[in-house]
Design a protein around this ligand. Sequence first.
Ligand SMILES: CC(=O)Nc1ccn([C@@H]2O[C@H](CO)[C@@H](O)[C@H]2O)c(=O)n1
Length: 104
Amino acid sequence: MNDITFFQRFESDIVAGRKTITLRDASESHFTPGQQLRVGRYEDDVYFCTIEVISVAPVALDQLTDEHARQENMTLPQLKEVIGEIYPGLIELYAIVFKRVATA
Ligand SMILES: CC(=O)Nc1ccn([C@@H]2O[C@H](CO)[C@@H](O)[C@H]2O)c(=O)n1
């Protein structure tokens, strides 16, 4: 059983440590620092690594910076486009910063 899922297209960036943040809606804002999460792929729920939560903080869409984008391994325009596709119309996001602690 996994605790959080990511779209499969992000798996390689997460495993390589190039993606160290995720922006989620309120339904996934309950994670706490120090918690270790089993990570699966959204499409098939196959486990691919374990991450440790470093921090969880609210951030509005218009407060996103180049630093958030860098932590996503994207540019800021790319990141805003991705968020608009996943969460159409959502303004209030939660930034979950994490580090990978184990690989499948
Ligand atoms: C079911 C569900 O919501 N799954 C999600 C949601 C978000 N994300 C990623 O977080 C960042 C900002 O949203 C981007 O890198 C997104 O691709 C993801 O991989 N999978």
